[in-house]
Design a protein around this ligand. Structure first.
Ligand code: UDP
Ligand code: MG
Length: 321
């Protein structure tokens, strides 16, 4: 039996790209259905993440034109990760395999066939990995590299150069649904689900229209979230720092006592100022990091819903086509 594939695409203010994206994906999916690679119950599922533009009405329009298109509408903007999770959790009810991708099609859709092949060969998760980052700015490239290095240094298991372009099987998604955290960093959570995985490389293109919904500020927030949701090493580092400084202060104490007894005391302005600034800085930084974690705990204990779906346009009636 052929498997049902759902493509999940989070969309936030994507009216410039949506029609073209829909056209390209429809072509892709239709060919795959004709080649009998996937079931004709496969769907293209758009998730409208509280867009302020015409995104949702375009999705409705698409759905009325062709039932292969489907959509869910979130009650408000919840951010990329939450929107993606909403789509994945909805799709897992209908699909055997789900592939997530961005609305701007920066990720090459021609590797979808390979994703599905890998699934048929027994992988529950297939990660799309960018073979190069030529189209990214120098800044984005270097900061991304530094971030991946930092993450793995902190013990977070994530796939290098993989964003959220991936295939997941139904049972991998069921595994993911058991992770109840509200601080989402999907690319770090999926490896925790386990199962056999494989990697498919592709070239990342430039956005063909519209502009990035990930300005620097959001990127930094996302990186910080990723680290603090998946690693407690920063707190350990602080503890280590505390021990080191404590040890150094004992050495300094002995030193100053000795100097005092020898009678060689000079007005220690320099050392005093330096230590005040250093200690003050380290303490503030440490408080900040600990505060980040307490903030996370605060958010997790509230157990607020990660998304609320207000409308759902999915037709899983085959005769409807
Ligand atoms: N996105 C979303 N909610 C948001 C921000 C972004 O659903 O609050 C979607 C967006 O529509 C796109 C994907 O997340 O499909 C990735 O965004 P974008 O392409 O702007 O990011 P970049 O590729 O520049 O990192
Ligand atoms: Mg993009």
């Amino acid at each position: 039996m052929k498997e049902i594939l759902y493509l999940v695409i989070p969309c936030y203010n994507e009216q410039e790209v949506l029609l073209e994206t829909a056209r390209r994906l429809l072509k892709k999916i239709t060919i795959m259905i004709e080649n009998e690679a996937i079931s004709q119950e496969s769907r293209i599922l758009f998730v409208n993440d509280g867009s302020k533009d015409k995104t949702w009405s375009i999705i409705e329009e698409l759905y009325f034109q062709n039932k292969i298109f489907s959509g869910i509408n979130l009650s408000r903007n919840r951010g990329h990760q939450n929107a993606l999770l909403a789509g994945l959790m909805t799709a897992k009810e209908y699909a055997d395999i789900v592939i997530s991708l961005d609305a701007d099609l920066q990720d090459d859709i021609n590797v979808i066939d390979e994703f599905v092949d890998q699934y048929y060969k027994g992988s529950d998760v297939v990660y799309g990995v960018r073979s190069s980052r030529k189209t990214d700015t120098f800044f984005k490239r270097t900061t991304a590299l530094a971030f991946y290095k930092l993450m793995s240094g902190l013990g977070v298991d994530s796939v290098y150069n993989h964003a959220d372009y991936r295939l997941m099987s139904k049972r991998a998604l069921q595994g993911l649904s058991q992770f109840k955290e509200v601080n989402l960093f999907l690319r770090g959570m999926v490896p925790l689900v386990g199962y056999k995985y494989s990697i498919v490389e592709y070239e990342r293109h430039e956005r063909f229209a519209g502009e990035s919904k990930y300005p620097l500020k959001k990127m930094i927030a996302f990186a910080l979230d990723g680290i603090t949701s998946l690693s407690i090493k920063p707190i350990r580092i602080i503890t280590g720092l505390g021990f080191t400084i404590f040890f150094l202060s004992i050495v300094a104490l002995i030193y100053s006592l000795v100097v005092n007894f020898i009678g060689n005391t000079i007005t220690g302005w320099t050392s005093l100022t330096i230590s005040i600034w250093m200690l003050g800085g380290i303490q503030l930084l440490s408080l900040g990091i600990i505060g980040e974690y307490i903030g996370k705990i605060y958010n997790e204990t509230k157990q607020r819903p990660r998304f609320i779906i207000s409308d759902k346009l999915i037709s899983n009636d085959v005769n409807n086509e």
